[in-house]
Design a protein around this ligand. Structure first.
Ligand code: S3P
Length: 443
């Protein structure tokens, strides 16, 4: 698919009480990993519940380019016949990862210790994002890397023929850095070690263990130490992808801010490394129940039941940031309707996401009458009883900024517009019909 779709302006209007069941798509992080580990395994990996957003489709295409047989069998149902650890072949063309930081960073890791050469590119947003955080550790394995000025895409990697094991402390809390190193470590003799100060999402570790790798995490004085034994034979596994808590956050937020609402969001992952938003919302006094808690595909899941009610501002501690890193845009919308200020600390990483999310949220909220303060690594939103709305937000090719402002407009006095809803398809292709089905006035 081309990544040059025309901008699609959209508008959200004050809506009546929302109700019904919001069945959100499969988890984006787990979907990428299921395709990549399937491609690095021997045998057939059957995936159900795969997110068919553009980011993940780009990863599926990339896995085929490296030699895996990737087939769509039905809605969310995919088959991957892998080539085994070290079995990637050299792709004929450039690998275009579109908008996806997770896709490009994990795939660069997965190929960096195989003696093949690949060139990676992406859209305007991805081409602005920092990649040295990935290519620096990959160079330590022996990969040769050529990047554009500032370590940006396009990037060409000549994989290491005789890779060396690496012990690496991540300079920022990032599951993408950790995962790229672990995937590179698969094709290296000996132990690859990643050390994190704060735990980040652990889907790679869980899935690697599920596919038969020898991997362990220990909490030591150094931090969280993850050790992977190289050169395992990964065995193909069925993967049932749980529903994405980061996507669930949008209908959940809508129900919290639109008076009279009550919705159910079934089968959402409650992985503790992804749970920070829900912890924070409960501190704000949100009426959220977690029903039918169970385990699916190696991940804890629950059905969320969410009701509108009064909310109060809170301070989100810096050490919670990693567990809700994608949820700060929508939290800042919810915070606009809370009583008092909500302070978000330790969020500098938001500045290097699909957009500078602190800047994008601050400017868009101000355009809709909300007072926001920002520093390099914090954001404060001052809640108000009635949020004026009436503004247009610039979304900067960022799906979560687009969805956040559409949710804002469901409870503001005047409508809220966005300049471009097209990026929503990267993570939540059915966002519009799903929200309309709950009663949201969006077009
Ligand atoms: C992701 C990790 C996070 C997150 C991204 C998905 C992943 O990025 O923002 O949407 O799947 O590993 P960082 O690792 O850069 O924090």
């Amino acid at each position: 698919m081309s990544h040059s779709a025309q901008p699609r302006p959209m508008t959200a209007r004050r809506s009546g009480a929302l109700s019904g069941v919001a069945t959100v798509p499969g988890d984006k992080s787990i979907s990428h990993r299921a395709l990549i580990l399937g491609a690095l395994s021997v045998g057939e990996t059957r995936i159900t519940g795969l997110l068919e957003g553009q980011d993940v489709l780009d990863t599926a295409k990339a896995m085929a380019a490296f030699g895996a047989q990737v087939e769509r069998l039905g809605e969310g149902e995919w088959s991957v016949h892998g080539v085994g650890v070290g079995g990637f072949g050299e792709p004929e063309g450039v690998i275009d990862c579109g908008n996806s930081g997770t896709g490009v960073r994990l795939i660069m890791g997965a190929m960096a210790t195989t003696p093949i050469t690949a060139t990676f590119t992406g859209d305007a947003s991805l081409s602005r994002r920092p990649m040295a955080r990935i290519t620096d550790p990959l160079a330590q394995f022996g990969a040769q890397i050529t990047a554009r000025e500032g370590g940006r895409l396009p990037i060409t990697i000549k994989g290491a023929a005789d890779p060396l094991p690496v012990r690496y402390r991540t300079p920022v809390a990032s599951a993408q850095i950790k995962s790229a190193i672990l995937l590179a470590g698969l094709n290296v003799p000996g132990e690859t070690v990643v050390i994190e100060s704060e735990p980040t999402r652990d889907h790679s570790e869980r899935m690697l263990a599920g596919f038969g790798a020898d991997i362990r995490t220990e909490r030591t004085d150094e931090g969280y130490v993850i050790t992977l034994q190289g050169r395992p034979e990964l065995r193909a596994q069925p993967v049932a992808v749980p529903r994405d808590p980061s996507s669930a956050a949008f209908p959940v937020a809508a129900a919290l801010i639109v008076p009279g609402s009550e919705i159910r969001v079934p089968g959402v992952s409650r992985n503790p490394t992804r749970d920070g938003l829900y912890v924070t919302l409960r501190e704000m006094g949100a009426d959220i129940a977690f029903e039918n808690q169970r385990e699916e595909g190696g991940e804890p899941v629950a059905d969320l039941v969410v009701r509108h009610g009064p909310l109060k501002g809170v301070t989100v501690p810096a050490d919670r940031a990693a567990s809700m890193i994608d949820e700060f845009p929508i939290l800042s919308v919810i915070a606009a309707f809370a009583e008092g200020a909500t302070v978000m600390n330790g969020v500098a990483e938001l500045r290097v996401k699909e957009s500078d999310r602190i800047d994008a949220m601050a400017r868009g909220l101000e355009a809709n009458g909300v007072q926001v303060e920002e520093t390099r690594d914090s954001m404060t939103v001052h809640g108000m009883g009635k949020v004026p709305g009436g503004g247009t937000a610039a979304t900067h090719l960022d799906h979560r900024i687009a969805m956040s402002f559409l949710i804002l407009g469901l409870a503001t006095e005047a409508p809220v517009s966005i300049d471009d809803g097209e990026p929503i398809a990267t993570s939540f292709p059915d966002f519009l019909p799903l929200m309309q089905g709950l009663g949201a006035d969006l077009d």
